[in-house]
Write a protein that binds this ligand. Structure first.
Ligand code: FES
Length: 119
């Protein structure tokens, strides 16, 4: 199964001056390499995805759905994301998000143009 993991590092997400938590881009990129994630779980560090107020946003784009996560903070959340991506990419069935990330899920009402982030 394949999934795109789109991590926002735009104008607000990760912007310490605005009071947002840092987005650990280097950690994520390194984890993707170390775990040989690539084809099945593609990592994109993106510009603003739109819902800035949700703070440190991640969009998971699987074959049949979009899952929005907001408010990621600290190593634990990002490690969970890496572990989930590993499980997802190696599984025949869709891996369930860990509880810690499920709590961060939100619905997005507005239309969203995926074209902007090229996924
Ligand atoms: S900067 Fe991340 S959603 Fe706007």
């Amino acid at each position: 199964m394949s999934v795109s993991v789109i991590v926002c590092n735009g104008c607000c997400c990760g912007n310490l001056e605005k009071g947002y938590d840092e987005v650990p881009v280097e950690f994520l990129e390194q984890a993707w390499v170390e775990n040989k994630l690539g084809q099945e779980a593609q990592l994109t560090i993106s510009g603003c995805l739109g819902p800035c107020s949700m703070r440190n946003v991640v969009l998971l784009k699987s074959e049949d759905r979009l899952t929005w996560l907001g408010g990621l903070s600290g190593e634990e959340d990002y490690e969970s994301l890496v572990n989930w991506a590993c499980e997802y990419s190696r599984s025949e069935i869709e891996a369930v998000l860990p509880e810690g990330l499920q709590k961060l899920e939100f619905e997005r009402d507005e239309d969203f143009e995926l074209i902007k982030i090229n996924v």
